[in-house]
Design a protein around this ligand. Structure first.
Ligand SMILES: NC(=O)c1ccc[n+]([C@@H]2O[C@H](COP(=O)([O-])OP(=O)(O)OC[C@H]3O[C@@H](n4cnc5c(N)ncnc54)[C@H](O)[C@@H]3O)[C@@H](O)[C@H]2O)c1
Length: 243
């Protein structure tokens, strides 16, 4: 594919892993439709990254937002051939202290958000008979995590979602894969207490936390043509934490 002639939609693209993924994909020649609720951060990054990073304010939990904005993106930046479902939140607590609100919010953003985005974007991909979708799951979907039952359930759900759609959309030449990041240095993990972060880092065979760029490299592989026969898999990118 000629550089500059294809667009990928990245959710949660204003910071952290989503931002690193956007930067890495731009280096591969993708135009990025950068979707997030953090309008100021989107604007700042757009000023820094230039015309290949196109900001769109979007809440992945709003079906109306998702459908309207995805249509706009398709009109303004055709062809849309990539989707990275990266937007995610945590609301950690032990089960006995977890209220239904924290459960619902995490499921809604992490899982329903990916469903709404994928439905809207794969409609466009089906017409073109081409596309690649990458879902950001988590190592906790594979091994569990005390205090994160809601988050682990949402990320486990994404794996079933990924494998089902890999079967369903393959006949239209749309591939669907997932990445299960381990413990990555972003604002999401920086908000954890220092001793929790240290405890995690000590359990990682490679002896260090991951960087957003570690995830971005694998996302670029799964989104691009080099992985054209890879479909329905989950790649842990966790320094060996889940082995
Ligand atoms: N950091 C880690 O260690 C780690 C590990 C495993 C998986 N992940 C997953 O990777 C993804 C990115 O994580 P991160 O560490 O960069 O987190 P982050 O909190 O730094 O970034 C998440 C982004 O998603 C956006 N977002 C949240 N709710 C949204 C919504 N409703 N609509 C649109 N955007 C929304 C936020 O504004 C933010 O910009 C998440 O899905 C996360 O669960 C992260």
């Amino acid at each position: 594919m000629t550089p500059g002639t294809r667009t990928a939609i990245v959710t949660g693209a204003a910071r952290g892993i989503g931002l690193a993924v956007s930067e890495r994909l731009i280096a591969d020649g993708w135009t990025i439709a950068a979707c997030d609720m953090l309008e100021d951060r989107l604007r700042e990054e757009a000023a820094r990254l230039g015309d290949s990073y196109r900001p769109y304010r979007l809440d992945v939990t709003s079906e109306n937002d998702v459908n309207t904005v995805c249509e706009r993106i398709a009109e303004e930046n055709p062809p849309v051939l990539g989707l990275v479902n990266n937007a995610g939140v945590t609301r950690d607590s032990l089960l006995m202290r977890m209220d239904a609100e924290a459960w619902d919010l995490v499921l809604k953003v992490n899982l329903t958000g990916a469903f709404l985005m994928t439905k809207a974007v794969s409609r466009q991909m089906m017409r073109r008979r081409a596309g690649s979708i990458v879902n950001l799951s988590s190592v906790v979907a594979l091994v569990g995590s005390a205090g994160q039952a809601n988050y682990a359930a949402s990320k486990g759900g994404l794996i079933g979602f990924t494998k089902s759609l890999a079967r369903e959309l393959a006949s239209r030449n749309i591939r669907v894969n997932a990445i299960a990041p381990g413990f990555i240095e972003t604002e999401m993990t920086l908000s954890l207490p220092e001793e929790v972060r240290k405890g995690y880092a000590e359990r990682i065979p490679l002896g260090r936390m991951g960087k957003p760029s570690d995830i971005a490299e694998v996302t670029a592989f799964l989104l691009g043509d080099a992985s054209s026969y890879v479909n329905g898999i989950v790649i842990p990118v966790d320094g060996g934490l889940s082995t």
